[in-house]
Design a protein around this ligand. Sequence first.
Ligand code: AMP
Ligand code: ZN
Length: 115
Amino acid sequence: MSNCIFCKIATGEIPAEKIYESDGAFVIRDINPQAPVHFLAIPTRHYPAVHDIPQSEMASVMGALMDAVREAAKAAGLDANGYRLIVNSGDIAGQTVPHLHIHILGGRDLAWPPG
Ligand code: AMP
Ligand code: ZN
């Protein structure tokens, strides 16, 4: 999508350090971190939110995303103590970038329930 910041990062139009990259997904650091480690796992293709992924593509998209989560979390040492994954999907959840992404948060105690 032409006006999407994560699509521009995916194509390299906006430079960003990619911590992990595969055919289907990549991981970057969140620009406004909410924890000592705050990554975003992002599908290369543009899907605004969870409900916009066609059923026929769901397994490959989510598989690529979860592989990206595991590799980035392990590389950052988060697999030892754990971490939190968050997907804000839609307005009520506070989604601000309408290109599906999984937040990966770790490196501190994470309170529950979230706000
Ligand atoms: P959400 O509110 O769930 O849509 O999350 C969007 C996240 O993207 C926020 O945590 C932002 O800080 C982050 N973000 C926005 N622009 C960038 C960028 N250029 N590079 C890295 N993270 C970004
Ligand atoms: Zn996009």
